[in-house]
Ligand binder design. Structure first.
Ligand code: TXA
Ligand code: MG
Length: 331
């Protein structure tokens, strides 16, 4: 996807004027604002309905640009940036003094990422500074992986949506906290814990001292339709019972639709984890819009390749069930 220079220039001018611009990245679409302008950053929270204490990622062109935003750049962070930037990795680092509380949620750290998508890179180059951006969805909802999904979520609340096609990764970036005492995996993503460890040494699970990651709220990334995660062995049985009871259901499975479940809206993803990840959010959106009472999802393998997908599915299940209307009210 080649960026249109005139459109990129317009987007950069809007950012300079304190407006919001949605832009594609290789993970998901971001809702961007000038990271040095607290009023512009405040608009992100208003547009998303996001609690103001939840910090944002500052997007930068490269390690050099990132250095301006931190108080120190630990050796492990340098190595990770050299290995994985531009790409789907976010580093949480001690913040520089000037970084606004609006960006960091008042924490002593700042999250930084150099995205790889050519449109995001062109926008960063034209703007020439950090762009604060969360995923371009309403708070708690499924992240958008194409421009149409951004418009669905925030169309009336953003000055411009740059269209960069479908996101190649489709899941939010891996987030690694880097402090003097070590590394912590704060959110799993397509770059795995062992890839991080191979470059920068052992990675802890987030402990008591780890910064708060709202994307790690138990309920997040959720469709509106109640969603239930099932073991492979349970899936057909539960689907069969629901269908026999006359319930309209959708199924997201790794296998093909069996004849006895022909009444269900059935989507098959996999067997490749990268392909599954790329298509997961668009598929959940589609099933959410299918007018069914329930979405049944087959659990994914417990291996590292599936860790980010497993994480998002669990949160989707927690979110959909937590906020769900009673089944009788569902169309
Ligand atoms: O792939 C991505 O990371 C996408 C694209 C647009 O870059 N962005 C994204 O942003 O997923 P968001 O806001 O939906 O999730 C960012 C996560 C949040 O869970 C937030 O809490 C965490 O990053 N975060 C930001 N700053 C942090 C900090 N200082 N300490 C700990 N976590 C932080
Ligand atoms: Mg998000």
């Amino acid at each position: 996807m080649t960026p249109d220079p005139a459109l990129i220039e317009r987007a950069a001018a809007l950012l300079r004027a304190g407006e919001l611009v949605a832009f594609p990245t290789e993970t998901v679409y971001g809702l961007g604002a000038d990271a040095r302008n607290p009023k512009a950053v405040a608009r992100i929270f208003a547009a998303k309905g996001r609690p103001p204490t939840h910090p944002l990622i500052v997007h930068v062109s490269d390690l050099r640009a990132a250095t301006a935003w931190v108080a120190e750049m630990p050796e492990a962070a340098r190595r990770l940036a050299a290995a994985f930037w531009p790409g789907p990795l976010t580093l949480v680092l001690p913040r520089a003094g000037f970084v606004a509380d609006a960006v960091t949620g008042g924490q002593p750290t700042v999250a930084l990422r150099a995205p790889a998508h050519p449109v995001a890179r062109a926008l960063l180059a034209a703007f020439g500074d950090g762009i604060a951006a969360p995923s371009a969805n309403r708070y708690g909802r499924i992240s958008p992986t194409c421009a149409a999904h951004v418009i669905e979520e925030l169309g009336d609340r953003v000055a411009l949506v740059l269209d960069g096609g479908d996101s190649a990764v489709g899941l939010e970036s891996t987030i690694v906290g880097c402090t003097r005492t070590g590394l912590a995996l704060l959110r799993p993503g397509s770059i795995s814990r062992s890839q991080i460890a191979a470059v920068a040494g052992p990675v802890d699970a987030p402990g008591e001292a780890a910064p708060r990651v709202p994307g790690s709220d138990r309920a997040h990334y959720a469709p509106r339709t109640p969603l239930r995660l099932l073991e492979s062995g349970e899936l057909r049985e539960v689907a069969g019972i629901a269908l026999a009871a006359g319930e309209k259901i959708a199924v997201l499975a790794r296998g093909a639709q069996p004849p006895e479940a022909s009444g269900a809206v059935w989507r098959q993803l996999g067997p490749d984890a990268a392909d599954y990840g790329r298509r997961l959010y668009a598929t959940l959106r589609e099933l959410d819009a299918a007018g069914v009472a329930r979405i049944l999802v087959e659990r994914v393998p417990g291996t590292e390749a599936w860790a980010a997908i497993d994480d998002r599915l669990r949160r989707a299940a927690a979110g959909a069930n937590a906020g769900a209307a009673p089944l009788a009210d569902t169309p």
